[in-house]
Design a protein around this ligand. Structure first.
Ligand SMILES: NC(=O)c1ccc[n+]([C@@H]2O[C@H](COP(=O)([O-])OP(=O)(O)OC[C@H]3O[C@@H](n4cnc5c(N)ncnc54)[C@H](OP(=O)(O)O)[C@@H]3O)[C@@H](O)[C@H]2O)c1
Length: 239
């Protein structure tokens, strides 16, 4: 669904913004990246009642068909227009492209980093390889955003299939790591609404424990098991 605001030629005051809920949760989510994980997050977010705005790197017309098939109901638009009315922005593009993100457009936003470093697709990147947590590199680029790491350690298919209502026995948990307490609280609410128990994974640097190569990455754990893994994580990865 193309953004009506684009053709109406006026600022984005077209009613897509949903007021922030009393519990501090959000109503409009922008997702940058319309691939496997971006469209999966779009689907589960819309199922949870969010308005979703979806963008890739270029002309939104290029992702209209993808959105119609993979995430019907999502508004396709440019990246800049996607983030303007969003209370929360999810980065679901290849990590190697993070430097193309517009820091001005994302200033003041809570930004979920769902990306991982894969040299085979991202190319070798010494800065990403040297960083304990790749989200710190993203945060260094987005200096005026509150970057929170989560959703990176669940496969896109599991994201859709493993979600359960709050309180369901064995509900899968996801770690949430960030430096800004308000931002991480907001993102924990988002994760909960998507169908997963949010577990505090510490600051953004500690998000290294959620990355590829760790016991947590791609493992399916409930909150108790994930908390235990996080407690044991420093020895596991030398952080
Ligand atoms: N696949 C999974 O199960 C999974 C799970 C968790 C996390 N992740 C992580 O999520 C990221 C994306 O993975 P994926 O599997 O979804 O990749 P993908 O299927 O290749 O999709 C990547 C998307 O990002 C878009 N993109 C590229 N550059 C962009 C930019 N500058 N701004 C906005 N969008 C841009 C691409 O479209 P254009 O090139 O047309 O712009 C494409 O829509 C990776 O870092 C991956 O490690 C993946």
């Amino acid at each position: 669904m193309s953004d009506p605001a684009q053709s109406a030629d006026h600022p984005d005051d077209d009613g897509h913004r949903v007021p922030t809920g009393a519990d501090g949760d959000v109503g409009t989510v922008a997702i940058l990246g319309a691939g496997r994980v971006g469209t999966a997050i779009a689907r589960v977010a819309m199922r949870a009642g969010y308005q979703v705005r979806l963008a890739a790197s270029g002309d939104p017309a290029l992702i209209d068909l993808i959105a119609q098939i993979m995430a019907p109901g999502a508004v396709t638009t440019t990246a800049a227009d996607a983030v303007t009315p969003a209370e929360l922005v999810v980065l679901a593009l290849p990590l190697g492209k993070h430097a193309t993100l517009d820091g001005d457009a994302l200033a003041g936003k809570v930004v979920v980093d769902a990306m991982n470093y894969w040299p085979s697709t991202d190319g070798r990147n010494p800065e990403l390889e040297a960083a304990p947590s790749t989200s710190e590199v993203v945060a260094r680029h987005l200096t005026r955003s509150a970057v929170v790491k989560t959703l990176n350690h669940i496969g896109y298919h599991d994201l859709e299939e493993h979600g359960l209502p709050a309180g369901a026995p064995g509900r899968r948990a996801l770690g949430v790591a960030g430096d800004d307490p308000d931002a991480t609280a907001l993102v924990r609410g988002f994760v909960d609404r998507l169908g997963f128990d949010p577990v505090d994974a510490g600051d953004l640097a500690a998000g290294v424990h959620l990355q590829p190569g760790t016991p947590i990455f791609n493992g399916s754990h409930d909150a108790t098991a994930l908390s235990t893994l996080l407690r044991e994580a420093p020895a596991a990865v030398g952080h």
